[in-house]
Design a protein around this ligand. Structure first.
Ligand SMILES: Nc1nc2c(ncn2[C@@H]2O[C@H](COP(=O)(O)OP(=O)(O)OP(=O)(O)O)[C@@H](O)[C@H]2O)c(=O)[nH]1
Length: 616
């Protein structure tokens, strides 16, 4: 433990002059969580014995995948001379899907550590997060991490960082979250550079909710940043947007385990427990005030995160449907950004249409459902939100291809994003080719330093959600990084392609695609299904169609012999075994009209890649 930390004690009352609120912003994997771990250790809030990697990442999935999903706040004491400061660090996720969590955390801080891997340099999310921090008027401390790596090139990247934010490359701190080198200097710099919070201690209380987490023992734990006034235990509080009132059962600070306190004053970051069981009653972005002297104006809130990607979730075993509903209800308690409503599919039975912030969010939710709730699921191809205007002047919002109107269509609009891709300059050609094949329009291109290029594209979100990131990574040997933000809608020539088995539409395979790609999608799906569906007693045509027009066709030839034909003679046990085996197989069959389709065929057909290359 550092000698400085030994001197450190809990700050007495909480004079805002001795508080520093900051966050660490970085591209994914640049070492934010590791640096946070070192800070916890060096300030003595976590003893060496209790230390475990990525202390703040509490979810199993977070730890296994090494990513941070939910932001966490932690208070650390740090001494300078005779003064002890309370440093409130708010950990933020680095992935694009969770950028709304980043903006929430930023609004609770006065400064940010901009952390860049000294062997990688600036990446797409470094820029995206830096812009968010600058929009919030935060003081930026530029830092290069992982300087212990042999491949680190701190001189080069210090110059890159300094030219990005202005300033002297010599001012860029160099640290290693792994060895702890430079971390004490960094904590000193946080105290020196980041402004103390400002607020009015005598004004009516206003605290901003920046996170709300469901805890199965304590109910909802709400994280707040105090702006004006104060809060104390047993006080009655009011949530300004819903006007709902609650009693404060406990308030305190996380250090990083919860420590109850007698009060929270101006500039402090802490938690509240009121006994409510639903995070929706403690809405992120809402303002907390007291009933005794309520504030009149709420603090500016955050915009609610909107789901961008939709997918159907179906239990493989239809009997698990009630369990799936219960599991989603439980997840919703801790993840207000998850949306779902029941839907049925001819092919897949009963399930839910779910809205997610992005593909990673989708993956995490399905993985949690499978792991924490033991469910086996099929997810349908992800879709975005389309607005379809019909000739009779109606507008239909479509999140599922099956909702696509059948009559005459006047126009279809789709969401568009501004995508920023950063990569070494040698890959520019292959990236441009990929973006063009995904209907991207180049908005601009800029060199950052000698060999890194930032390409900016406007691109339909629907083209990104499929497998764009996988392709980008494989074309650039993993060197490219991607960030995107919504930039509105555009009209496009989009059509719904249906897949029919013996004339019956299989809803799970319908897709909304650009007219130019409709034929390729039709051919791909019909060929794939031909391989996956076993022969039946009769010939089965597989067709792809736009409305009534067939655009691709394959057929599965009829089975010639029956299964028992080879069991001629009297061996009854063999015959029975064969029939039983067949019966067993039938259980996992779904009927589409008269055609028996094995469950696995649906899963395999849905998990393939749109460009014809199967996923590993
Ligand atoms: N050599 C070296 N490796 C480091 C250092 N800091 C982090 N790493 C490694 O880099 C990887 C990513 O580190 P994390 O701390 O999980 O990265 P992160 O930025 O928190 O990632 P997200 O939470 O997903 O945004 C891990 O394998 C760490 O062990 C460092 O200073 N030196």
């Amino acid at each position: 433990m550092s000698p400085k930390a030994l001197r450190a004690q809990e700050p007495s009352a909480t004079d805002p002059a001795f508080i520093r609120n900051f966050c660490i912003i970085a591209h994914i994997d640049h070492g934010k969580s590791t640096l946070a771990d070192r800070m916890l250790q060096m300030t003595g809030v976590v003893s060496d014995r209790d230390m475990r990697a990525q202390y703040l990442d509490r979810m199993d999935i977070e730890r296994e995948r090494g990513i941070t999903i939910k932001s966490q706040a932690v208070r650390m004491p740090w001494s300078q001379g005779a003064d002890t400061f309370a440093l409130n660090m708010i950990d933020t996720p680095g992935h694009v899907d969770f950028s709304y969590e980043v903006s929430r955390s930023l609004a609770a801080c006065e400064g940010a550590i901009l952390l860049v891997d000294a062997a990688q340099g600036i990446e797409a999310q470094t820029l995206a997060n830096l812009y968010l921090a600058l929009e919030n008027d935060l003081e930026i401390i530029p830092v290069l991490n992982k300087i212990d790596l042999p491949a680190a090139d701190p001189d080069k990247y210090a110059a890159e960082l300094a030219s990005l934010i202005g300033g002297d490359p010599a001012d860029v701190l160099r640290v290693s979250g792994k060895t702890g080198m430079g971390v004490e200097d960094l904590l000193d710099r946080v105290v020196e550079r980041i402004p103390a919070p400002k607020g009015d201690a005598n004004a009516p209380t206003r605290a901003m909710i920046f996170d709300s987490v469901y805890d199965s023992y304590r109910g909802v734990v709400t994280y707040v940043r105090m702006i004006d006034g104060s809060l104390s235990p047993r006080e009655r509080i009011q949530m300004m947007s819903t006007r709902s009132t609650h009693e404060l059962l406990e308030i305190g600070v996380s250090s990083p385990e919860p420590i109850p306190s007698k009060g929270l004053g101006v500039g402090e970051v802490g938690y509240l427990i009121t006994g409510v069981k639903d995070v929706r009653l403690s809405k992120v972005g809402d303002t907390v005030t007291t009933l005794k002297s309520p504030a009149t104006d709420a603090l500016p809130g955050y915009t609610d995160p909107k789901p961008m990607v939709f997918s159907g979730l179906y239990p493989i075993d239809g009997g698990d449907y009630p369990d799936l509903r219960e599991a989603l209800d439980k997840l919703k308690l801790s993840d207000a950004s998850l949306n779902y409503e029941p839907e049925t599919s001819v092919a897949l039975g009963f399930g839910f249409r779910c809205g997610f912030l992005g593909l990673l969010h989708l993956e995490i939710i399905t993985e949690r459902l499978e792991r924490e709730f033991g469910l086996d699921l099929i997810t349908t191809a992800p879709s975005v939100i389309y607005e379809v205007r019909t000739e009779d002047k109606k507008t239909v919002t479509v999140t599922n291809p099956s909702e696509f109107p059948t009559g005459k269509i006047q126009a279809v609009s789709e969401p568009v994003v501004r995508a920023a891709i950063l990569a070494p300059k040698d890959y520019v050609g292959t990236i441009m080719e990929l973006c063009q094949s995904r209907r991207g329009t180049l908005l601009g291109m800029e060199y950052l330093g000698e060999d890194r290029v930032e390409l900016r594209y406007s691109m339909p979100l629907g083209e990104i959600v499929f497998d764009f990131f996988d392709h980008l990574k494989s074309r650039t040997q993993g060197y490219a990084s991607l960030d995107y933000e919504p930039m509105g809608e555009q009209e496009a020539d989009l059509v719904k392609v249906d897949i029919l088995l013996q004339g019956e539409q299989v809803d799970a395979f319908s897709a909304i695609v650009h007219r130019e790609k409709a034929y390729a999608y039709g051919v791909l799906m019909t060929e794939r299904l031909k391989k996956l569906i076993p022969r039946q007693q009769f010939e089965v045509p597989i067709q792809a169609a736009i409305g009534a027009r067939i655009i691709a066709r394959e057929s599965i030839r009829a089975m010639r012999k029956d299964v028992l034909a080879k069991c001629y003679g009297g061996d009854i046990t063999r015959k029975r075994k064969l029939l039983e085996k067949q019966k067993e197989g039938k259980k996992r069959m779904k009927m589409v009209g008269k055609v028996e389709v094995p469950q696995e065929a649906f899963i395999a057909a849905l998990s393939g890649d749109t460009e014809g290359k199967e996923k590993k």
